[in-house]
Design a protein around this ligand. Structure first.
Ligand code: BV8
Ligand code: ZN
Length: 256
């Protein structure tokens, strides 16, 4: 079904207007139109690197320089990117429905930059650093730990001299408890759940849309390539999020 099937938009607008709570789960696909590579697309990050080599704690322990070089490269990539029309539409959506919570797997901070106020970061945030040994988190701008990584110089924690690392969740690591617990609860309470730009492969994030559907939410997937979630979705937009989301938000505004 093409995005322009107006009855599709009308149906979704009706669902959004009646909804008390709307949840959105986003993945790397939402940032693709900002120029941030995804992980598993043909031109994605994982094509050049293997996740086991980089986004996991054993890689960091055994070869911290390699992992830091990869995240430093991604930070530089991030420094020039801006929210795209999909991010901006989600920021508008938060004020067009009763209550809106944005759950993201992305670590690029673009939803906050776009203006979303209630963002649950399941996998952390690449702009923050954390001490792997004492767990202290250092916000961006903390002069003691804001540094540009130089190969061969491993950054140390100013408190315990431990190993500094990006504040992101690696494979085999637990997600921040408050983040996943709140996302888990809200997914089961929401009336509409939008799964946007994610391959729905990585758990526990990928469980959230399924939970929402089982709890009775109206489930929508927005992804140019339908994923394993598509068969259980009530509606699928096989379009880029930067195209679909502005159309949905405009239709919602026109219906007011
Ligand atoms: C956990 C780091 C409990 C941050 C990432 C065996 C041992 C241990 C664990 C496991 C195991 N088997 C399974 C697991 C669980 C594991 C998991 O799910 N593995 C998968 C691969 C099977 N999960 C974990 O380990 C999680 N922790 O379970 O803790 C535990 C603890 C100990 C032992 C057991 C369990 C931790 C998960 C977090 C991992 N961290 N990255 C970083 O560097 O960024 S994962 C990585 O994948 C990213 O963080 C990303 O967020 C995540 C999901 O990827 P997507 O965002 O979906 O991106 P992707 O490229 O895949 O897809 C993009 C989509 O966009 C595509 O569908 C494409 O079609 C679409 N698209 C393209 N263009 C557009 C578009 N959509 C819209 N518009 C467009 N224009
Ligand atoms: Zn420390």
């Amino acid at each position: 079904m093409g995005i322009h099937a107006s009855n599709k938009l009308e149906t979704l607008v009706e669902q959004l207007r009646q909804a008390k709570t709307v949840c959105a789960l986003t993945g790397a696909g939402v940032s693709k139109e900002s120029g941030v590579p995804t992980f598993r697309d043909e031109d994605g990050l994982w094509q050049k690197f293997r996740p086991e080599e980089l986004a996991n704690v054993n890689a960091f322990i055994s070869n911290p320089s390699l992992v830091w070089e990869w995240y430093n490269w991604r930070r530089q990539l991030m420094s020039g990117v801006k929210p795209n029309l999909g991010h901006l539409a989600l920021a508008e959506l938060q004020d067009l429905v009763d209550s809106f919570v944005l759950i993201t797997q992305n670590v690029d901070n673009l939803h906050r930059v776009a203006g979303n106020r209630d963002v649950i970061e399941l996998h952390g945030n690449i702009s923050r650093n954390k001490c792997h040994d004492c767990g202290k988190i250092f916000e961006k701008g903390d002069q003691e730990t804001d540094f540009v990584f130089k190969p061969g110089e491993l950054p140390k924690c100013p408190l315990c001299n431990g190993r500094l690392r990006p504040d992101v969740v690696w494979f085999g690591e637990n997600l921040p408890v408050d983040a996943i617990e709140r996302a888990w609860t809200l997914s089961q309470q929401c009336d509409v759940f939008l799964s946007i730009g994610t391959s729905s492969i990585v758990y526990p994030a990928a469980a959230l849309p399924q939970l929402a559907k089982q709890a009775g939410a109206y489930l929508v997937e927005i992804n140019p390539k339908p994923t394993d979630l598509a068969p259980m979705a009530d509606m699928v937009f096989s379009s880029p999020s930067g195209e679909a989301l502005p159309l949905i938000v405009q239709a919602l505004k026109d219906s007011a």
